[in-house]
Design a protein around this ligand. Structure first.
Ligand SMILES: CC(C)(COP(=O)(O)OP(=O)(O)OC[C@H]1O[C@@H](n2cnc3c(N)ncnc32)[C@H](O)[C@@H]1OP(=O)(O)O)[C@@H](O)C(=O)NCCC(=O)NCCS
Length: 164
């Protein structure tokens, strides 16, 4: 039987985090980034996440198979109680409940930290992600039409919000 360990990320996880993310960068519209991040960029991203903006990983048998994060939604001070969430599962481990587990944990952490709103910005064609977020109580907050362009086509960006 495999056990999933959910924990805060450490610098030793950054390579695995970047590998999981790079798959979506290269092959998916889940992120509008089109070039993988360098190790230095990933380290800078991690270092910028303090206690109020956790990065978490899910581990199975010692392998990091997914990660999640809460990031500041906007640098202006009045947005400080709002965070934007990310969750990425290794492509070989989809549909095993890991996305749900990581996202539920992030929402619990957001509540404990004292955040007020959690925002998800999801490409309109990403049905798995939209379904996951809606299943956990995120509601529609707006749609920007054709603001992304990847793999030769225009993409809509859907905003969902979660009220803590
Ligand atoms: C979206 C993503 C995180 C889902 O993670 P996952 O571990 O595969 O999802 P789970 O097994 O936890 O599924 C939880 C719920 O999400 C929904 N869901 C997940 N994958 C789905 C799919 N392919 N089609 C429809 N619904 C889906 C379902 O409601 C599911 O509940 P159910 O299994 O009881 O039906 C994963 O597909 C992923 O990493 N995608 C690439 C990156 C991405 O899109 N990240 C989100 C950007 S913020």
């Amino acid at each position: 039987m495999t056990t999933t360990l959910l924990r805060l990320a450490t610098p030793a996880d950054l390579s695995a985090i970047n590998d999981i993310y790079s798959y979506s960068v290269l092959y998916s519209t889940a992120t509008y980034q089109s070039e993988p991040s360098t190790d230095a960029e990933r380290l800078a991203w991690f270092t910028a996440h303090g206690a109020a903006h956790p990065v978490t990983v899910a581990e199975i048998d010692g392998q990091v198979v997914g990660w999640g994060s809460l990031s500041p939604y906007h640098p202006r001070a009045a947005f400080r109680h709002t965070v934007e969430e990310s969750v990425y599962i290794h492509h070989d481990f989809h549909r095993r409940g890991l996305g749900r587990t990581i996202l539920l944990d992030l929402l619990a952490r957001a509540r404990a930290i004292g955040h007020h709103r959690v925002i998800a910005a999801i490409s309109g064609d990403q049905e798995p992600s939209l379904a996951l977020h809606r299943a956990l109580g995120f509601t529609n907050a707006g749609r920007l039409n054709e603001v992304g362009f990847k793999f030769g086509r225009w993409l809509d960006l859907v905003y969902l919000e979660y009220r803590i």
